[in-house]
Design a protein around this ligand. Structure first.
Ligand code: SAH
Length: 469
């Protein structure tokens, strides 16, 4: 990951003073995930450039990194974009290497602190997964930057694979060094929408401190706070309330109101409550002592299951690190008693890879999960769940496609959620469950979820598989 800052301020060598880094020295700073190297590729009175090169060790990151705050929060992220994309690592490195400048101090030439300099910043790879170019422009343009972007193709050898979610970013503006660094500190992780460390309320302090003097008036402050705080709603709301000095934010009554939701999603949510309640009831009826929630998402089912005293162990698994973080927040994991903490484990994994951690459970649940997988990955899921993990009972739910006609806002053939890869009719679901019983020695019973309509069925459908009868 490479960040280059260039100035044509006269004399341009002042950059060395204001950043507190001598142009003749190549310096390296160690931090937990790797090293930051600082060097000047160009030094003259007319034009001076400094580079910050981050050398991140992804393996070390897994060993020593983001899961340290809890033994139960196991993550394995060996293959990822962290080494090359500008992310929260860059913020940590900026704060560490340029702390004097970020705090607005300059021992040798104090007048430089308030001097506005013409800067050009170039960042080799920034990520903008949702929102793309617009998002990047909306973050930097209101602060007065000139923005130029170049989208990276996935692989030059295979143009048919299309473009990636990564951009090369160039920014130009005349401002103080402290302003520049604080903008980068906040907005780079905002683009990345992830953090390499566990996000707690300390993050609000960092956001407000680095955002001082500009964030309050930024037209996208809500989006910035939300993304900077990795979509954790309670933290976002606190941050925005403090930014607007106590003004109620959006008149949000509760967390869910705060999320932007479409009509369909709102209805789905109430249906979702019904669904989660039904799954929890089925588990209570089985008097299960341990449950594996596959694709647990934000932990809605886990929250219900915690109320069942007979359950000693609940393991929530999801492929999405962000969802696991949200689950942890929504379950108030950090505030739980040690005894309660022992009952829960959140793990990152995938339903399409055989995993020893999935074995030995009385019940496994897959609530609204299978439709998120590409159909050609379903076979792998079947083997992982029914052949290898082989819980005594599997409770699985999925939408009933026939019911979609009941939702006016849904166009014909539109799926309920942008991330759904398919939705099944009752017959398609029944056929799929039947072949599972034949292949893996399970028996199944099917039932509707939500109010049934003649010839259409319920809005959602459930299968309860029992092993070896
Ligand atoms: N069961 C939760 C979430 C449903 S959304 C609930 O009912 O509220 C679907 C979830 O499946 C998402 O959290 C998504 O990250 C997860 N998921 C999708 N593909 C997955 C895979 N291959 N392995 C594990 N989880 C997966």
């Amino acid at each position: 990951m490479l960040l280059q800052i260039t100035t044509t301020h006269q004399p341009a060598t002042d950059l060395g003073y204001v950043l507190h880094k001598h142009p003749d020295k190549f310096q390296s700073v160690e931090f937990s995930m790797g090293k930051a190297h600082i060097f000047y590729p160009e030094v003259s009175e007319e034009k001076t450039s400094i580079c910050l090169l981050l050398d991140i060790d992804p393996i070390n990151m897994v060993r020593s990194g983001r899961n340290n705050d809890s033994n139960n929060f196991v993550l394995a992220h060996y293959v990822n974009d962290r080494p090359y994309v500008a992310s929260s690592f860059l913020s940590v490195a900026l704060a560490k290497t340029f702390s004097t400048a970020m705090n607005g101090k300059c021992k040798d030439k104090p007048e430089l602190v308030d001097t506005k300099m013409p800067f050009e910043v170039s960042i080799s790879v920034v990520s903008a997964p949702s929102g793309g170019e617009n998002l990047i422009r909306n973050l930097f343009l209101p602060l007065g930057y000139t923005v130029s972007l170049e989208r990276q193709t996935l692989d030059n050898k295979f143009p048919e694979w299309g473009e990636s979610k990564y951009y090369k970013l160039k920014l130009q503006h005349t401002l103080t060094t402290k302003e520049l660094l604080s903008h980068l500190y906040v907005l780079i992780p905002t683009l990345d929408n992830d953090k390499h460390y566990f996000v707690s309320s300390n993050e609000i302090e960092k956001l407000l401190q680095k955002g001082e003097g500009w964030l309050k008036d930024h037209p996208k402050k809500e989006q910035i706070a939300k993304r900077y705080l990795v979509n954790l709603n309670s933290l976002t709301r606190q941050a925005l309330e403090r930014l607007s000095e106590g003004e109620a934010v959006n008149n949000a009554k509760d967390e869910d109101d705060f999320l932007e939701k479409t009509e369909v999603e709102k209805r789905k949510e109430t249906l979702h409550d019904v669904r989660i309640k039904l799954v929890a009831e089925k588990i209570a009826a089985l008097a299960a002592e341990n449950v594996l929630d596959l694709g647990c998402g934000e932990g809605k089912l886990i929250r219900q299951l915690l109320k069942q005293k007979q359950i000693k162990k609940i393991v929530g698994m999801d492929v999405s690190y962000g969802d696991l973080l949200k689950a942890k927040e929504r379950l108030h994991y950090d505030q739980m008693s040690p005894k309660q903490k022992e009952r829960i484990q959140l793990i990152q994994g995938s339903l399409t890879y055989k995993d020893k951690r999935f074995e030995g459970f009385e019940v496994a649940t897959l609530v609204e999960v299978i439709e998120h997988l590409d159909p050609n990955r379903l076979k792998a899921l079947e083997r992982v769940v029914f052949e290898f993990a082989q819980p005594k009972t599997v409770i699985l739910t999925t939408p009933n496609k026939e019911y979609n006609v009941m939702w006016e806002k849904l166009a014909a053939d539109q799926l309920r959620h942008t991330d759904h890869r398919f939705e099944w009719t009752r017959k398609e679901f029944a056929d799929w469950t039947q072949q599972i019983c034949e292949n893996y020695k399970y028996e199944v019973s099917l039932l509707p979820i939500g109010e049934e309509i003649e010839n259409i069925g319920g809005p959602s459908q459930m299968a309860i598989f029992t092993y070896g009868n």
